[in-house]
Structures are given as C-alpha cells and as structure tokens.
Design a protein around this ligand. Structure first.
Ligand code: ADP
Ligand code: MG
Length: 831
C-alpha cells in the first residue's frame, strides 16, 4: 500500500512541477469570442505562473471579470486535472455552484460528467469529473473523510469576500492542509478568489510558508457608473420608491436592462407584480403548475384514516439507546454538506408596500420583469441569463444573490434600496430575528458596479449620500454573528479539540464558543470535562472537550446538533421515519406559505381572508386531536409532509394547501439523505423511508415528544399563570431558563389555545413579541428523566412537577430515588 501511495505522490509531484502541459479545449467560436473580452483573460499568464510557484495565490477582481468561469479553465488547460487529480471550486451559494458548473461545461464544450457540481441535496459528479463545483459546506464534509483532500490537485475558494462561515473555516483548515500535502511531496495548490480588495483578513492565515501569498488584481475594465443619490431622507417604503424609480427609468431613459436590489422574496414578488401590471407583457407569465390532479380532501381523508394502534402501555424512550453509533471511521457514503444556508432570510413579518400607487405608466414598451432570489426554482433563475424577448426591456428584481454570485448580462441601470435583510442572534438566549438594515459601502458599490459591465451605466440609490457615509465600510464576517455549535461539532469530529486555538480568519466570540461547547456537552456529543483542578485548568478543560461516539454519529448527520440528537434516538418504537420527516421539515426553511401576505385591493383582500381561513383550518386538521395535538407544530409539519407525499407532492397540492412546493421537494430529498446517513452509520437499523408514511400511532407520538424533548432540552419553557404574577406583561407568557422576559406561543401555532404547562420550542423569533416557533408539549415528569443535566434535584417534594425555584434560581426536580445536582442556572422568577 505504501508503495502505491509513493507512486501516486511522485506522479502528482511531476504533474505540478513540470511546465504546463497544454490540454486543448474545443470551444465554440462564439464562446471563444466572448471569453476573450473578459478582463481575467489578460492575466492568464500571470495567474498561472503565480500558481506554479506558490502554494497559495489570491485573485481579486470585480464581479463579472471572469474569475469563476475562466480560472478553472486555465487550470484545466495547464494540466492540473490531467492525472488522477481534480480541480475543486467552492461557492458559498448553491445557486452559484449549480449554474457555474453548467456554464463552464458549456463554455468548454464538455459534458456535465466532466464539469460537475455537488451541493447539499444533489450533484452530478462521476468518475470522469475533472472540475467540480461545490458549496463550501460540501468540501468541509469531504475534509472529514480525507483530511489531506488527496483527490484534489487544486482547491479554489470562490467568493471569499462573502466571508461565509464555511469559507472562513476552510481557509483556516487549508492553511494547515496545504503545508502538510507539500511536506508529503504531493503538493496541493490553493486559490482564493474575492470580489473586493479587502483580503488582509485572510492573507494573514495564508502565509503558509512565512511569506504572504501573491495577490493578483484583475483589472475591472469597468465602464463608468454615475451614482445618483436620493435627496430626501430615506423612506421606509423603499419598495414603493423602487417602483417609482423603475417606472421613471423605463419611461424616460434609453434602452438597457434594469436591476433592482431589494431585501427579500416577498418584496421582490410584490414589486414584480406591480411592474408587470404597470407595463404588461403578454407572452410570458404563464402558469406552470399544471401537473397531475390530486384530490386533496380524499388524500387527507385517507391519510387520517390509516390505522391507529391501541395504546398498550405508556411508552418511554431510553436515552442510551441510540440508533446510530459509528461502525467505523471514514465510511465512504457519508453525506456531504452541513446546512449550507440560503442567502437571504425568510420573509417573516416584513411589511412592504401598503398601497398601490397611482403611477401613470406608458405601457407601450413592455417591461420583461423577472424575479431573482435563492428560493426561486432553478428554471426560473436561469431565465435572467437569456436575452429578453425582442422589443422589451429586461428588468430583474433581485435580492443580494445578484450582488456578486451571478452576473446578469445587459444591465445598464441599477436601483439600490441600500438595505439588506439579516438574521440577528442573541448570543446568550439564541433568540433570532430578521432585520432589514443598511448594507455596507462595499456591498453598495458592488451593486452599483453591476450597471457598468457592457457600457457606461447609472446607479440610483434610494438614500442620501449622508446616509451612505454612515454605512460600515465592509460587511461583517458571518461567523461573528451566528451560533456556532454545528461548526464546533464538525471541528471536533476533525479532532480539532481546542477550537479556541483554531486559525479562524475572524474568530467567533469566546461566549459563542463556550455556549456551543456547553450545548454539545449537554447533548452528549462531547465528553464532560472533569470538575477537578484549579479554576483555570477547569476552564481550559471546558474548552477542549473531546468528541464522544454519539458526537461522531451526530456529526455525520447533515443537520444541526439538536436535530442530530433526535435522529440518534429515533429508532426506538419505530419512530425513525417520523423523526426523519420532522427533522427534515424543521431544517428546511419555511415550509408553509406566509399567510400574512400583503394585499393590494379589496377584491384580493377578501379572497385572501377566505384563503387564510381555509389554510388555518387545514393546519388544524394536520395537528390532529388528543395525543397527536400535543406534538403541536411538529405534528402539523409531519401531517403536512405526510399529506403532501400522499397526494404525490404536486405543485397543485402545495398551492392549494399553502405549502411551499420547493420546500416540500427539499424535504423529500433531505429525508432520503438522512435515511442514507442513518443506514450508513448504523446498518443494522435498516430504516426504509416510505414517502407515504402512515400517521404515527398515539404510542409513537408520545415517544416522538420525548425524542424532541431530548434534542431541544435547552429550549424548555414553562407557562406562567396569570394569578402567579402581578406584571400584566406576563399574561399568557412562558418562562424560559435564560430569559428575564416572557416568551409567547404564536397565534398560528397549533398549541396557541391549549397553552400546555411545559413546552419545547424550535426557536424564538422576535417580531412584534418574542414568539416561539415550532412548539411541542412535554410532560413535566419527563424533564428529570430525560434532561437530568439541566435539572437541580432537591429533597423529595409533594409535587412531582419540576418548577423554577425563586430562591435558588434553578429548575427544581424531584425524581424518585435519585437525587443529584447538575447546575442549570436559572434566573429567579416570581411565581
Ligand atoms: P466573476 O466570477 O469574476 O464574477 P464570472 O466568471 O462569473 O465572473 O462571469 C464572467 C462572464 O460570464 C459574465 O460577465 C457573464 O456575462 C458571463 N456569464 C456567466 N454565467 C453565464 C451564464 N449562465 N450565461 C451567460 N453568460 C454567463
Ligand atoms: Mg464569480
């Protein structure tokens, strides 16, 4: 074996140290012509020389200069994929990984078997693959299988300026891997590509051999873009403002595409609708959702009618009975891709355009309006690359996907709302909220740059220059503003025990790392540190806990650790198919259509009210009654998934029942992926997921609730009774261990009326109030059984129910015959 490896090493070595062998590519003439115009072509020699002489090279160049599509081709032509090795490119967004792989295959006149992609749910990689586009999460997973990434001769980290969490970690890891590969005589080249010149954050990490990497700047060959600021103080109603501006441009300015930047999907769709109405375009706009018929009520009835077993005895899940403990190291089929998140936030509670405006548009020239956001179906996304129908003007209304990842041809005018929707997390409580905030100067300039690709352009900023002056210079690295338990678990699985010492380009806060480690310990994924030694030693031990076998199993599931724990417990009482479905539904964002969609006129408004009533009723039906209702919102998800699959998962069924079709398709894929993951990690479980599962029995629902409690244990809340508190703000409120303020069950929740004593929630979202999402009821006596780590056990008490003790500020539990203490520090609550 050693001999074989030596041979492989020397082969690869030869490949790299030799002058370029030229692998001819047979491009179509029109492609060749277009690519010669790209600025990056002028730098080919410089880039390739730098790559040959340096282990790491940084390439900076404006969006659209040709980095993503051309650099992999340079490497291919220079023979970097001529042996057994392949060229890998990571993208922070799935959209980019898929569309760029197609584009490069087309440019090179090669099949997608050779230029392929791999994203979280799917891919088309084959044995012949030479150039592989993937999301950064996918490469991170591959590093877990093979730390040295031996299949690759080159890794390109694209869009590094986005500073996505996985990109940051990859840069940290590769700063170790590249020197290791070199030492072993099988060099690996690293290219980092960025659209902004602010690369200092990672060049420090990339000083692989004491010298900083060369930074190659690609001239933008950007045409001048005239910036027009709004004079007035920025308006709240920027969607309306964007509408006016777009209408004005269309009516008064010479031909050229318009690109509008808004913050989210709802805004994008609203503006598209308004623009289509103002400048009608007859041909397109046909509905595509005409798939097979599905009798929804029939499907529902059958789903509900499927047999229910009688409850025999009260089922209990056993905390030590895992369905998934690793069989051995490095199994081949581990699924790739931990949560590569979509780029924009969900559209909860974002109010936009209240009223239709009186814009008098000249409808003589049609406007060809296309939306662009990450949740949009790929076929729809691809439309923006094609020329608009003759005689029309292209207008793309986009979220920040269009900022750097994709280049839309023919744009001359940019309308920039100056905002971005971001998810904010409270580091202590984990409460998250979506907020629309001002973007950074760097982003605003990127957006403006989209106007000057083919000729001089104009950018209309819907805010004043004074406001622009107050923008931060650059966007923050994502890693500093989100919880990191999933990353910490992945890193522990790579045997990086001292996560604090990891060379992060921008380290996450110490609090975030401590919180992550704490959560993972309580989930049983990390070994509990010893409670001996000096305070300092204990502190250090607490930050370098090694992973447990359970943790390894959890790390192999491509979902957040809390959900991974549920999967690990899921085989009990035949619950696994349900656990998989629920976890898939919780992982995919927004499975339900937003019921609070804004309306434009009376007619639509009354229709919407009817629809809302119908959908609310449907959700109540899915929640069921009695035992199943107690599973709450998770039962609604399960019911929705079951009913949808039962009806064949058609766009029509989704539309009629207020489900997001794209989400349902993703859930189906994720269910398959999770099933494989469980079967790989633990073959003897042999779970087979029938998409059309029958509803769980009462018995199973009880187990499911316990499994959910075991995973979401740190998201426990207890009802505060009105008579117990004087402050009216606590009315109908719930108390959580870590928060001083009450949290609430959302009116749309299945458990809104029921108000159970103890619940667990998926997350807390701050909108008009602190609302819990994904609520399930749990029984008080399960808490000490299943969550001893969170409980403080006192002397036997007359009441068996756990409660929040005001004198000690802990959850006090009484568990027959066993009393021990594990600190769960809770703020006192007056009851
Ligand atoms: P960069 O990575 O530097 O932002 P790209 O390599 O993505 O640049 O794009 C280079 C050029 O290729 C763009 O100007 C764009 O016009 C063209 N291009 C990219 N993708 C497509 C596509 N799917 N269809 C047509 N043209 C495309
Ligand atoms: Mg690019």
């Amino acid at each position: 074996q050693d001999g074989q490896r030596e041979k492989k090493i020397s082969e690869q070595n030869k490949e790299l140290s030799q002058p370029a062998i030229f692998i001819p590519v047979d491009r179509l003439p029109e492609i060749q012509e277009a690519r010669l115009k790209l600025p990056v072509l002028a730098e080919e020699q410089v880039i390739m020389e730098a790559v040959r002489e340096n282990p790491c090279v940084v390439i900076c160049g404006e969006t659209g200069s040709g980095k993503t599509t051309q650099v992999p081709q340079f490497l291919y032509e220079a023979g970097y994929a001529s042996g057994s090795g392949i060229i890998g490119i990571t993208e922070p967004r799935r959209v980019a990984a898929v569309s760029m792989s197609h584009r490069v295959a087309k440019e090179m006149n090669l099949s997608t078997r050779v230029v392929s992609y791999q994203i979280r749910y799917e891919g088309n990689v084959t044995d012949e693959t030479k150039i592989k586009f993937m999301t950064d999460g996918v490469l991170l997973k591959e590093i877990q299988k093979d730390f040295l990434l031996q299949r690759y001769t080159v890794i390109i980290i694209d869009e590094a300026h986005e500073r996505s969490v996985y990109t940051d970690i990859l840069i940290g890891l590769l700063s170790r891997i590249v020197p290791l590969r070199n030492k072993r005589g099988m060099p690996l080249r690293l290219l980092v590509m960025s659209a902004t010149l602010r690369v200092e954050d990672f060049t420090e990490n990339l000083k692989l051999f004491r010298t900083p990497p060369p930074v190659i700047k690609v001239d933008a060959r950007q045409f001048p873009v005239t910036i027009h600021f709004n004079k007035r103080t920025p308006l709240e109603d920027y969607t309306g403002e964007a509408f006016h501006k777009t209408c004005k441009i269309h009516r008064m300015l010479p031909p050229g595409g318009i690109l509008v930047f808004l913050t989210g999907q709802v805004e994008v769709n609203t503006l598209c609708r308004k623009l289509r109405k103002a400048f009608p375009f007859r041909k397109g706009n046909t509905n595509t959702g005409e798939d097979e018929e599905a009798d929804t009520s029939e499907a529902m009835r059958k789903f509900k009618k499927a047999k229910q077993k009688k409850t025999v005895s009260l089922p209990r899940i056993d905390l030590d009975n895992y369905s998934a403990l690793p069989v051995d190291e490095g199994d081949e089929d581990r699924e790739a891709g931990i949560g590569d998140e979509e780029d924009e936030g969900s559209d909860l509670d974002i109010g936009d355009d209240p009223a239709d405006t009186e814009e008098k548009a000249d409808p003589s020239i049609p406007l060809y309006v296309l939306p662009l956001y990450s949740l949009l179906a790929p076929e729809q996304q691809a439309k923006v690359f094609r020329p608009p129908p003759p005689g029309t003007r292209l207008c793309v209304v986009a979220t920040n996907v269009a900022e750097t990842s994709l280049t839309i041809p023919g744009i001359k005018y940019v309308v920039d709302c100056g905002r971005v929707k971001k998810r904010f997390y409270d580091r202590v409580t984990g409460v998250s909220s979506f907020k629309v905030t001002w973007t950074s100067q760097a982003s605003a300039n990127q957006r403006a740059g989209r106007a000057g690709r083919t000729e001089p352009g104009h950018c209309y900023r819907l805010y004043s220059s004074a406001v622009f002056g107050d923008f931060s210079l650059f966007s923050e690295a994502e890693i500093t503003c989100r919880p990191v338990e999933d990353l910490v678990l992945q890193m522990k699985d790579l045997n990086i025990d001292k996560v604090v010492n990891f060379p992060f380009p921008t380290p996450p806060s110490a609090e975030a790392l401590v919180a992550a480690e704490q959560l993972l310990i309580s989930l049983g994924a990390l070994k509990e540190p010893p409670r001996t030694g000096s305070v300092k030693e204990m502190e250090r031990a607490r930050l370098s806990c090694p992973i447990t076998p359970l943790g390894r199993a959890m790390a192999s599931f491509p979902v957040a650790p809390r959900y991974a724990k549920m999967l690990a417990l899921g085989k009990q009482q035949d619950c696994l198919p349900y656990v998989i479905a629920v976890v898939a539904a919780m992982t995919v964002r927004e499975i339900f259509e937003d019921l609070d969609r804004p309306t434009h006129n009376e007619d639509e408004s009354s229709k919407l009210t009817q629809r809302r009533a119908r959908l609310t009723q449907m959700r109540r039906l899915w929640a069921g009654q009695g035992a199943s209702l107690l599973l709450g919102d998770l039962m609604v998800m399960l019911g929705a998934v079951g009913a949808c699959e039962f009806a064949g998962c058609t766009p029509k069924f989704c539309e009629e029942n207020g489900l997001r079709y794209k989400a349902m398709v993703e859930i189906r894929k994720l269910r398959g992926q999770l099933t494989n993951a469980v079967n790989t990690v633990c073959p003897e479980v042999g779970v087979f997921v029938d998409p059309k599962m029958t509803p769980p029995t009462e018995h199973q629902v009880i187990c499911l609730r316990q499994i959910v409690l075991a995973g979401l244990g740190d998201h426990l809340a207890r009802r505060v009774h009105a008579e117990d508190v004087l402050d009216p703000k606590w009315k109908n409120g719930y108390k959580t261990p870590l928060m001083d303020d009450p949290v609430f069950i959302h009116p749309t929740s299945a458990l809104f009326k029921k108000m159970p004593e103890f619940i667990v929630y998926q997350e807390i979202m701050e909108t008009t109030k602190m609302y819990m999402r994904g609520v399930s009821a749990v029984e008080a006596e399960w808490v000490p059984q299943l969550l001893p780590q969170y409980c403080h056990f006192g002397s036997p008490l007359e009441s068996p129910s756990p409660w929040f003790c005001s004198s000690t500020g802990t959850v006090k539990c009484h568990r027959p015959s066993t009393f021990f203490r594990v600190g769960w520090q809770l703020p006192a609550v007056e009851m």
